[in-house]
Design a binder for this molecule. Structure first.
Ligand code: ARG
Length: 343
């Protein structure tokens, strides 16, 4: 492989940190699963509008390709090689009374974490057999869940288009055919091995073998962020007793995209801010201050609709889960205040 040609205006962290020197030093390396630099960067090479542009094939990718991954991790999370990651999943440490008890602004709250199985390659490097094994072991673990978390697993293989579309539309299921994941090798053998588990109320869901092997999700209508967090923590702890997760002392929970390392947590609300939406500078001044990301309401890389935005924490590594949710909570309180002042 030759050094990739990126366009002049390329903004991804891949273009920024894959210098010819880094490329030369890494181009012939591979991890013990056979994952190469070419595979790690393919998504960002094919999709020049990537924000990041790289994926790991296994835990080892983060050390074998460290000269590329380290500066990307440092810029995205503000986390250096000397820093260490700490976890705190205690809901009692979260200070989050419902910021919108009247339900004027917050439509729904959703918190997810990504998890991958210990001693398995990540999605970009996994074989079909290994992926099927992950699915079987995860589903077996999920079957043990009780009470509010009890539910059923629905494999994508054999799911009707109508059911699939309606689950996507209601924000319960991942989209099909994402071009970033596709180029990362994450859609190989689609839809085999993929599926969704959910409880009856669809307040607790698990995506199996999407970007990460597990995406554990807690969600509900309204703004009771603490209730959503508490349910998520209960689920993580129960699943962890059945499915060992890949974890590193330095990087926290291992995920295929470096943006998700650490807590692997994205805490978000769908919130209506029609007035603030007219002044994006003021809007972004608040989201920057609280380290938040603004997305559209149909998932990543989607547009906003009717002044409703998806607001979430941006940092996930080097802060605890409680701090990640607190970032989002404090920012949402500030956004609601600003929106009220503009009415
Ligand atoms: N690879 C995509 C990009 O660089 C997504 C990065 C973050 N999102 C994610 N789902 N991992 O723009």
């Amino acid at each position: 492989m030759n050094y990739p040609q990126f366009p002049k205006d390329c903004k991804s962290l891949l273009c920024k940190y894959l210098t010819p020197e880094v490329f030369e030093a890494l181009k012939d390396k591979r991890t013990s699963n056979g994952f190469t630099l070419e595979q790690a960067i393919n998504s960002g090479v094919q999709n020049i509008d990537s924000g990041i542009g790289v994926y790991a094939g296994d835990k080892e990718s983060y050390t074998v390709f460290a000269p590329l991954f380290d500066p990307i991790i440092e810029e995205y999370h503000g986390f250096t090689k000397e820093d260490s990651h700490k976890s705190n999943l205690n809901p009692d440490d979260l200070n989050a009374p419902n910021p919108d008890p009247e339900g004027e602004f917050i439509l729904s709250t959703r918190i997810r974490v990504g998890r991958n199985m210990d001693n398995m390659p990540l999605g970009p490097a996994i074989t079909k057999r290994q992926r099927d094994e992950v699915e079987a072991r995860v589903v077996q673990g999920l079957k043990m869940l009780e009470g509010e978390l009890a539910g059923n697993y629905y494999p994508l293989l054999g799911m009707s288009k109508e059911v699939q579309e309606s689950l996507i539309k209601d924000h319960f299921l991942f989209k099909e055919g994402d071009r970033f994941l596709d180029a990362a090798g994450l859609n190989r053998d689609w839809p085999a091995g993929r599926g969704i588990y959910h409880n009856n109320d669809k307040t607790f869901l698990v995506w199996v073998n999407e970007e990460d092997q597990l995406r554990i999700i807690s969600m509900q209508q309204g703004g009771d962020i603490k209730e959503v967090f508490t349910r998520l923590v209960n689920a993580i702890k129960s699943i962890e007793t059945k499915v060992p997760f890949s974890y590193s002392y330095h990087l926290g929970y291992i995920t295929s995209c470096p943006t998700n390392l650490g807590t692997a947590m994205r805490a978000s609300v769908h919130i209506a801010l029609p007035n603030l939406a007219k002044d994006m500078d003021a809007f972004e001044a608040i989201t920057d201050k609280y380290h938040l990301q603004i997305r559209g309401i149909h998932g990543e890389h989607s547009e906003s609709e009717g002044g409703v935005y998806d607001i979430s924490n941006r940092r996930r590594l080097g802060i605890t889960e409680v701090e990640a949710v607190q970032d989002m909570y404090d920012g949402v309180v500030a956004l609601i205040e600003a929106e009220k002042a503009l009415r």
